[in-house]
Design a protein around this ligand. Structure first.
Ligand code: SF4
Ligand code: SF4
Length: 291
């Protein structure tokens, strides 16, 4: 009896199993033959990021919103006559975006960077197939400028800053001031002039002629402004300082020696001004890679 019972148990459990399995013989298979067959993704799926650089204004808000700091942005201020253009919604750009990197290997696809963007130019797409053998290949560079153009924009920004600094200095020097003020203000043009007058803007080969003309025009304006500053400076300086400017290799010594030679006895604020100018001169030299 026990043998018959065992046989019946075997047949019964097999039939129970087949009762579940057999209906699937007439159903469609559920296994997708990826990559030949693809499933439809949800409408709001968050995968690889896309940045429309034509609309990016370099405001850095996406980078600040990122919880894992995987967005790196660097910008250069646009100078007069070299506009970065306008966004598709008509907003005038004021900055050149000289670096826009996203380390997509660090990205956690939270989408927080997309919300603060004022021009809605950073978006999450449904692209998910971007595996790489090398981790560094997952650092995406979105800028549209060439390395030469980046160099050029940064140089133009520095030249513009130096010109603004010189204008401010000239404005300060021209205002009514104590008798010792012009002596303290004298080092500024000497330090600022080489940064702008000596700044040769690079025009990469094959540059659009219109753009090249704009750069040339800017270069000419910078040279004219530098010449004007030098003339103003020469008119207001002692002869020794003018001679020092005429010999650039010797200029560093007079620039630093002049404040030291000036006596602070008759002006208690002079030392502070001299220290401030020394700091500015050092900063300009650092920018020019001279120290
Ligand atoms: S999706 Fe999130 S983690 Fe990725 S870049 Fe944007 S803010 Fe950063
Ligand atoms: S928030 Fe938008 S406009 Fe601002 S830097 Fe990021 S991508 Fe560009």
């Amino acid at each position: 009896m026990s043998i018959l019972s065992d046989i019946w148990d075997g047949v019964r459990t097999t039939l129970v199993g087949l009762k579940i399995t057999v209906p699937y013989i007439w159903k469609k298979p559920v296994t997708g033959m990826y990559p030949h067959e693809r499933l439809d993704l949800p409408e709001r799926v968050r995968n690889r990021l896309y940045v429309n650089m034509d609309d990016c204004i370099g405001c850095d808000q996406c980078s600040r919103a990122c919880p894992v700091n995987c967005i790196t942005i660097e910008t250069a201020k646009a100078v007069d006559g070299d506009s970065p253009g306008v966004t598709s919604n008509g907003k005038k750009k004021a900055l050149w975006v000289t670096r826009f990197d996203i380390d997509i290997a660090k990205c956690c696809y939270c989408g927080l960077c997309t919300f603060p963007c004022p021009t809605e130019c950073i978006k999450m797409t449904d692209v998910f197939e971007f595996a790489e053998q090398e981790r560094n290949n997952l650092i995406y560079n979105y800028i549209t400028l060439t390395p030469e153009e980046v160099q050029e924009k940064v140089a133009m920004e520095k030249a513009g800053d130096a010109a603004v600094l010189a204008r401010k200095t000239a404005a300060k020097g021209g205002a009514p001031a104590p008798a010792a003020a012009p002596a303290a203000a004298a080092p500024a043009p000497a330090a600022a002039a080489p940064a702008s007058a000596g700044q040769k803007l690079h025009v990469p080969p094959g540059t659009d002629p219109e753009k090249a003309a704009k750069i040339a025009e800017l270069q000419a304006r910078m040279a004219a402004a530098a010449a004007k500053r030098q003339a103003e400076s020469a008119a207001s300086k002692p002869a020794a300082a003018v001679v020092a400017e005429a010999a650039p290799e010797a200029a560093a010594a007079p620039v630093q020696a002049a404040p030291a030679a000036a006596s602070a006895e008759d002006d208690p604020g002079k030392e502070a001004r001299i220290a401030a100018w020394k700091e500015k001169i050092a900063a300009l030299k650092r920018e020019r890679g001279e120290s």
